[in-house]
Each structure stands twice: as structure tokens, then as C-alpha cells.
Design a binder for this molecule. Structure first.
Ligand code: ARG
Length: 470
């Protein structure tokens, strides 16, 4: 084999599917479709709806309700493809493990690298939202605000965003202690989040003025798509159920269902919240307001208790997302490290707590720096672009696998393939091109770094042998 052929064989090697399941880890199979749906909803409801909504309204006007629907449809198409992959491969995992088993190492690397970006940067984004609501609560309850220098990033009138750093560091310490959270805690948290959003709708609808919804498209269709691209962030996380595959009673039947049910519920909830928000408060007045949903209530309805309850809900919601996504981030790196694609120190467990210690500290500190210095909008856009790219790959994977692996059992099939996954891909590309140039630059720089790491390190260090037929 020439050198080039050898590299070619390596980057395309695939991980045998039986290596994806870990027979040693005897997790109890206790979760049904309800639990799995709760996991996905828990990982998704966070700063997107509580904060980013406020940044997207000035882009689209009252059409923001339709922007939510458009972003939801984009997510739904990719969710169908995700569900097919989840039902094809009988293991827990993410797009990283699915593509490693089916499309080869280089595609898996790109997915894994996008996931690292998605998880890491989104934790920072959610942490910034957490800070906004903590500040809002301080203001509502004791009449104080943390001064801008200590609660805004440079360029937005501050030096460092202390509250955002605080929540990341707390979450890191909790994870270092060995806590993984439990399904029961998650369920309670989900009810708190959903409950506070439903309360928001009920209260804000009492202040609805039909005039606020007109004209529907003050900024045209371009505004609608710009809003949708910004809001895509709020849908990220619906695939989280797939990480619990090894604890599901019937993963191949229930994972696809959970992914799709959670997305439908979330889309309906988001559209209702958006309608209530722009119905109660004129869209022009959202510009520059932090903790947007709380402001809608404070400025437009009577009763000081409502914004306080809502803000408590928002703090709970964002805390849980920071914890679960930071946890997910360390476990993705852990999996990549076990496969030899990133240095083995990321898979080294602390003997006392069983936690990947160095991994958690490195990831936590890196995210804390991002949270300290970068504004939420930029963090959310970069997260979205990386996720849209990974979802695009998932859509392509479905089409490719129907030709390369036509006979493998699928418990869920995307209807009308290849049309549906290709439309899904089209939506992802369209959303990516509706995002700002800065997000593209950050994304391309991250991918360039990824390829440098892969060809400089991972391709040689990967554990997987190149065998004859792979
Ligand atoms: N898997 C993830 N990256 N989850 C975090 C996503 C952020 C979440 N959608 C939010 O609005 O706060």
C-alpha cells in the first residue's frame, strides 16, 4: 500500500457495531419513552427561550412566532434522520458513535469535533443567560443589580461576566464530586421549566393587544429567516435522549419516539411563548433588554410576583442545562479519548470518585473563559452553526446508509427518503447561511484546528486497526 492509500484506509475505517455497546457496564434498563422524552426536554429548554428570544424579536418583529416554527421544522427534519440512526444502531451514543460505526473515522471525527464545539460553547451561552436572570432576580427582590463591569463581557460595557463564570465553576465542582444527576431530579426540573413557561403564557396572554401583532412582517421574509437562524439555538439538545440508550428498556423503539415527541412538544410550547411575548409587548421595545421574558411581565402586567416566579424558573432551567450539557461534554471527550482520537488523559478516571478529573477541569475552565468574555448572541450563533453542520451530516448519513447498508434492520425509517433527509439538509444549509459572518469565521477556524489535530495526531493514535474489509 502506498502512503496515501494507507491514510485513505485509516480515515475511512469503521468501528464494528458490537464494540459500541459496553457489555461490562451493566446499567439497569429502566427508562421508557416518557423518561427519555423528559431527558430531551430537560436538555433543550434553557437560555434559548428565556433569553435569546429577546435578541431575535428585533430581527423579525411579530413574525418571530413563525421564526420559531421555521426553526422547529428545520430541527424536525433532522430529528427524523437522527431517529433513524438511533434506531439503526443498538447502542447509546451521539452522531459521533453512529458515524464511526457507519461512515468511517474522518466523518466521526468531524461530528465529534462539532459536538465538542456545540456542547462547550452552548454551556457558556446558557451560563450567560443564567447570569442575566440572577441579576434580574436580585433587582426584583432586593432592588440591586450587579454593575455592568462585572456582569458584561468586554465590548458590551464590561470587563468580565462574573455570574456566568460562577455557574460554570459551580457546575464543574458538582461534576467533580461524582454527581450525574438522576432521572427523577431531571423530571422535577422539567416540570419547573415547563410550568414556568406555561405560567408565562397564561399571564402574558391577559395583556395581549392585537395591535402589537401588526404588521406581521415589518422586516420582511429576510427578518423571518434571520430570526429563525438565531432561534435555532433554542432547539438544540432534543437528541439528548440518545445518550441514555443503554438505560432504555427498548431503545430501538423508544429513542426515535422520544426524540420526535420532545421536539413536537417543544415547538408548540415555544410558539405559544413567542405569541404571548410579542402580543403583550410591542416588538420594537425588546431591543437591548436582558432577561426578556421577565421584562415582558414586569412592564406589561400587574402583579410583582409573576416576573419573580418566572425568573426563578429561568434560573432553575439554565442551571440544569449547564449541568447536563457540561456533563455530556466531558463524556463525549471521554469517548473520543477512549478511542484514541484525543490524548488518553481525557479518559483517565479519578480513583476516588470515578470522574474523568483532568477532562472535567480542562473543559470547565475553558468554558468559564468563554462565558467570561463573549456575548451570548455570538456564543449562541457559533453553537448553532456547528450543530447545523453536524445535523447536515446526519441527514447525509441517512441517504448514504440506505444505499450502503440497505438490509440492516431499522426500527424507524424516515418517510420518503431520500427526499425528506435531503430537504432536511437543505434547511440546515439555509439556516447556516442566515447566520452572521463572525459565526462562520469562528466555525471555520474551529474546523481548521480540528483537521490539524486529526491529521497531526488522531489518525496515527486511533485504537482501531485497519482491517481488510473496513
Ligand atoms: N446539547 C446542547 N448543546 N444543549 C444545550 C442547548 C441549549 C438549549 N437549547 C437552550 O436553549 O438553552
Amino acid at each position: 500500500m502506498s502512503n496515501q492509500q494507507r491514510i485513505g484506509a485509516r480515515v475511512l475505517r469503521r468501528k464494528p457495531i458490537d464494540q459500541l455497546t459496553h457489555p461490562g457496564s451493566e446499567l439497569k434498563r429502566t427508562m421508557g419513552v416518557g423518561h427519555l422524552t423528559m431527558i430531551s426536554i430537560g436538555a433543550t429548554l434553557g437560555s434559548g427561550i428565556f433569553v435569546v428570544l429577546g435578541e431575535a424579536v428585533p430581527l423579525a418583529g411579530p413574525a418571530i412566532v413563525l421564526s420559531f416554527a421555521l426553526a422547529g421544522i428545520t430541527a424536525l427534519f433532522s430529528a427524523l434522520s437522527y431517529a433513524e440512526l438511533a434506531g439503526l444502531i443498538p447502542a447509546s451514543g451521539s452522531s459521533y458513535s453512529y458515524t464511526y460505526a457507519t461512515l468511517g473515522e474522518i466523518v466521526a471525527w468531524v461530528c465529534g469535533w462539532c459536538l465538542v464545539l456545540e456542547y462547550g460553547v452552548s454551556v457558556a451561552a446558557v451560563a450567560v443567560g443564567w447570569g442575566q436572570y440572577v441579576n434580574e432576580l436580585l433587582h426584583l427582590v432586593v432592588g440591586l443589580r450587579i454593575p455592568d463591569v462585572l456582569s458584561q463581557p468586554p465590548g458590551e460595557g464590561g470587563i468580565v461576566n462574573v455570574p456566568a463564570v460562577l455557574v460554570v465553576v459551580i457546575a464543574m465542582l458538582v461534576l467533580l464530586g461524582g454527581s450525574k444527576g438522576s432521572a427523577r431530579t431531571n423530571t422535577i426540573l422539567v416540570w419547573v421549566k415547563v410550568g414556568s413557561l406555561l405560567m408565562f403564557c397564561a399571564v402574558a396572554f391577559t395583556a395581549l393587544k392585537a395591535g402589537n401583532l401588526q404588521p406581521l412582517f415589518p422586516l420582511g421574509l429576510a427578518g423571518l429567516s434571520a430570526g429563525a437562524a438565531t432561534l435555532f439555538f433554542s432547539y438544540i439538545g432534543f437528541d439528548a435522549a440518545s445518550t441514555a440508550g443503554e438505560e432504555a428498556e427498548n431503545p430501538q423503539r423508544d429513542l426515535p419516539r422520544a426524540i420526535i415527541i420532545s421536539l413536537v412538544v417543544i415547538t408548540a410550547l415555544y410558539c405559544a411563548v413567542a405569541l404571548a411575548a410579542v402580543g403583550a409587548m410591542p416588538w420594537q421595545t425588546f431591543e437591548g433588554k436582558e432577561a426578556a421574558l421577565s421584562r415582558v411581565l414586569t412592564d406589561n402586567v400587574d402583579g410583582a410576583i409573576w416576573p419573580i416566579l418566572l425568573s426563578i424558573g429561568a434560573v432553575v432551567a439554565t442551571t440544569s442545562v449547564v449541568l447536563t450539557v457540561l456533563y455530556g461534554q466531558t463524556r463525549i471527550l471521554y469517548a473520543m479519548s477512549r478511542d484514541g482520537l484525543v490524548p488518553s488523559i481525557f479518559a483517565k478516571l479519578s480513583p476516588r470518585t470515578g470522574v474523568p478529573f483532568v477532562n472535567t477541569v480542562v473543559v470547565g475552565l475553558f468554558i468559564a473563559v468563554l462565558a467570561a468574555l463573549v456575548p451570548l448572541g455570538s456564543l449562541a450563533d457559533v453553537t448553532s452553526i456547528g450543530t447545523l453542520f453536524a445535523f447536515g451530516l446526519v441527514n447525509i448519513a441517512v441517504v448514504v446508509l440506505r444505499r450502503t447498508e440497505p438490509d440492516r434492520k431499522r426500527t424507524f425509517r424516515v418517510p420518503f427518503s431520500p427526499v425528506t433527509p435531503l430537504v432536511g439538509l437543505g434547511f440546515c444549509v439555509y439556516m447556516m447561511f442566515s447566520l452572521e459572518l463572525d459565526a462562520w469565521i469562528a466555525f471555520l477556524a474551529w474546523m481548521a484546528l480540528g483537521f490539524a489535530v486529526y491529521f497531526g495526531y488522531s489518525v496515527r493514535k486511533a485504537r482501531l486497526e485497519v482491517s481488510g474489509d473496513q
